[in-house]
Design a protein around this ligand. Structure first.
Ligand code: SIN
Length: 492
């Protein structure tokens, strides 16, 4: 079944700056090919933008800020609500577009649209609740207030693994807060972002409030540098790798921008002897194989206590062996292609390294070249240990390396033995252990007997080198606001 859109004009091939679909201002404009990761076929080309386009987008966002911040919150909320309605109305088309450029199965693509819309709806509602405080004054004749204000122009740099959801949970709170936005979507998946911006424009987001420029990996540093250096950008929000996050933090220091950094993870998934093993397998399948294992929060290291190791490994192997791998266009597919050649090479390197160091392949462990260049078989390894690359680096693919452990203290030390701290999961039915372990895990997110954690009302983000700032929930709105203290005297 080919992935087609009922509204083909949702596929845009230009930047959106100051309310106009503009090709690169400088001619002849360099172009960036967007391809289907399942086949390598060209979908379309978008501008390969640089400093010129970055500056034009920033000028537009800066010019629009003064008016947008003054639009009453209720009106901003109504515009965001209309955007949400349009996203839902185009769920099938947007889902197909996500699947086409990112490769996730169509059901997951449509699911991501609903997930993205949940953030848009949530932040639209929150726009009307950005209450400040009236503070009891310690001296007579004074009134003291803490007012919430938008930080200003926000630069959003978004990843390829959730091309709709990640842009939604950055841009919706920015618009709700009264900020204006310049956005650079991931080079592999710019089309979903451009379609979302088109719908935002149709929903009534005024010209200049939301600007988007596309660029290749090679041109991105030139483009983003303009935003990093310019004091008019007051916040950077980024989802991606830890090295890039650190670079953005360093380069933002000169103008002291506010930062939200959602960076790499290395999530442990722990199964204790007292766990419900079937529930643990279900939770693991949901957490690990969503988007083919290409999520920051997916379990990267699996620790199973000795007493249940064989049962867990056996049940898991059966479930993983049954996963259907294939293109997004096949409704039976549960795991699609990986995003690009580098992604498959990394997965292959991790599995080969683990096997060379003593791990055993229980299921998978190889490329599926017969399906296409970017497919890797869902894999279960046993005998994984801390020396292996798959224990130290994010594999970002459908690989489950299992390690046996004996006691709680040992597994907590192993789980926390990483510079990363995004998500952790564990399964246990002992209520004392549950709170002990939840307290001891050094991560921003903990799943207890639950593998599917993300929700618009929950604060998503990490600690340690997984970054700072939160997305979703009221915390995710606060990150786009600053607090102004206002004191009025002479009132007696
Ligand atoms: C991510 O992988 O970056 C986000 C995953 C999520 O929203 O659950």
């Amino acid at each position: 079944m080919p992935l087609t859109l009922t509204r083909p004009d949702l596929i845009r091939s230009a930047n959106f700056i100051a309310g106009q679909w503009s090709d690169a201002p400088a001619a002849p404009a360099p172009r960036l090919a967007v391809t289907d990761p399942a086949t390598g076929a060209l979908i379309t080309e978008v501008p390969d933008s640089g400093a010129l386009e970055a500056r034009a987008a920033l000028d537009a966002a800066h010019a629009a800020f003064a008016a947008w911040r003054k639009v009453p919150a209720k009106q901003r909320a109504a515009i965001i609500k209309r955007w949400n309605d349009l996203v839902i109305a185009h769920q099938d088309d947007l889902g197909a577009l996500i699947s086409l450029e990112q490769g996730k199965p169509l059901a997951e693509g449509k699911g991501e649209v609903a997930y993205a819309a949940s953030y848009i709806e949530w932040f639209g509602e929150e726009a009307t609740r950005m209450n400040g405080e009236v503070i009891p004054a310690p001296l007579p004749g004074r009134r003291m207030f803490a007012l919430k204000e938008p930080v200003g122009v926000v630069a959003a740099i978004t990843p390829w693994n959730f091309p709709a959801a990640m842009i939604a949970r950055k841009i919706a709170p920015a618009l709700a807060a009264g900020c204006t936005v310049v956005c650079k979507p991931a080079e592999d998946t710019p089309l979903t972002s451009l379609a979302l911006v088109l719908l935002a424009h149709e929903a009534g987001v005024p010209a200049g409030v939301l600007n988007i420029v596309t660029a290749s990996r090679e041109k991105t540093p030139e483009l983003v540098d303009v935003w990093l250096q310019d004091a008019r950008v007051r916040k950077i929000t980024f989802t991606g790798s830890t090295p890039v996050g650190k670079h953005l933090a360093r380069r933002s220091a000169d103008t002291l921008k506010k930062l939200s950094l959602e960076l790499g993870g290395n999530a442990p998934f722990i199964v204790f002897d007292d766990a419900d093993i079937d529930a643990a397998v279900d939770g693991f399948m949901a957490a690990k194989f969503r988007n083919g294992g290409q999520t920051c929060v997916c379990p990267n290291r699996v620790f199973v206590q000795r007493g249940v190791f064989d049962a867990f490994a056996h049940k898991l192997a059966a479930r993983v062996a049954a996963l259907q791998v294939g293109p997004a266009s096949d409704p039976a597919s549960q795991i699609g292609p990986m995003i690009n050649a580098r992604a498959v090479e990394k997965i292959e390197r991790h599995v080969q390294d683990a096997v060379a160091k003593g791990a055993k392949v229980l299921v998978g462990g190889k490329r599926l070249a017969e399906l296409g260049p970017h497919y890797y078989a869902p894999t279960v390894l046993t005998g994984a240990d801390a020396r292996m690359a798959c224990a130290c680096e994010e594999t970002f693919g459908p690989v489950a390396p299992l390690t046996v452990f004996d006691d709680e203290a040992e597994v907590l030390a192993a789980a926390n033995d990483t510079p990363f701290g995004l998500a952790a999961y564990f399964y246990s039915q002992d209520v004392r252990r549950i709170w002990r372990v939840a307290d001891a895990l050094e991560t921003g997110i903990v799943g207890i007997n639950e593998g599917a954690l993300a929700a618009e009302a929950a604060p998503f983000g990490g600690v340690k080198e997984s970054g700072y700032g939160r997305e979703g929930s009221t915390h995710g709105l606060d990150d786009y606001l600053h607090t102004k203290y206002v004191c009025q005297g002479q009132l007696d």
